[in-house]
Design a protein around this ligand. Structure first.
Ligand code: ATP
Ligand code: MG
Length: 219
């Protein structure tokens, strides 16, 4: 392998991120050889013999990139906020997989602690973001870590509120919940391993700029 054409490994998850990243990758002239929905392969070749994709859980993408198992990755800001951004560069907002991180609950839910219960109970997959949000309001809350189906939790009395991603609000509504407080806007970001940024600088920045042009073209 010559120095001017080092290999690049890009980590991303299948589902909405893969689907929405495809047109951006195509604009950067990268075309995966297979569809991860139908293939069981975890490593996908592309039309560029020096570029491969690794297909992993959304929440594992920052870990692969931080440790250099992948040079680049595509990860939701929600996942990056939980992971902590220190070990990574985040040069580009890809503006895909957009949604909002919100506090939600039953329509009659209180956002303040009640006399009956000292601390509000918050069920969420996003423990750090939830803690930070309530701490910024000066509120001590009890966080209950869940891995999915957060909407169930207030219905069965596990929690007073949830912190979850909301796109249309349809899932909340279907479960009798309403959005109550906006925590932040979420979209997927391009992330880069710090060593790869230095060692493969021309290749990495070439790809970042091609993706930036594709994102701005879509704006
Ligand atoms: P896993 O299945 O591994 O638990 P996940 O459920 O987070 O992961 P996806 O549902 O594919 O996996 O979500 C990947 C990313 O897409 C999330 O991290 C978030 O940034 C974004 N996302 C999640 N839900 C929505 C949504 N309803 N609308 C838009 N973007 C979303
Ligand atoms: Mg999901």
């Amino acid at each position: 392998m010559s120095d001017d054409k080092p290999t690049l490994t890009i980590a991303l998850s299948k589902g909405r991120i893969f689907e929405q990243a495809l047109p951006l990758l195509a604009a950067a002239d990268l075309h995966p050889s297979e569809d991860p929905e139908s293939s069981r392969k975890l490593i996908l070749a592309t039309n560029d013999p020096c570029v491969k994709l690794v297909i992993i859980r959304a929440s594992d993408v920052p870990t692969y990139v931080e440790y250099g198992a992948a040079d680049l990755g595509i990860a939701g800001k929600d996942v990056l906020l939980e992971h902590g951004g220190d070990g990574l560069y985040e040069p580009l907002d890809l503006r895909i997989a957009r949604c909002r991180l919100m506090v939600a609950g039953r329509p009659d839910a209180s956002l303040e602690p009640t006399a009956a219960r000292g601390r509000l109970r918050i069920a969420t997959k996003y423990v750090r973001s939830a803690e930070r949000h309530f701490a910024a309001k000066g509120q001590q809350v009890e966080i209950i870590k869940l891995y999915g189906s957060m909407e169930l939790s207030p219905l069965v009395g596990l929690s007073d509120l949830i912190v979850d991603l909301v796109e249309s609000g349809g899932t909340l509504k279907a479960n009798g919940l309403v959005p109550l407080e906006h925590i932040g806007d979420i979209s997927s970001r391009l992330i880069v391993n710090k060593a790869a940024w230095k060692m493969k600088h021309a290749r990495v920045t070439g790809l970042v700029e091609a993706l930036r042009a594709a994102v701005e073209g879509n704006a």
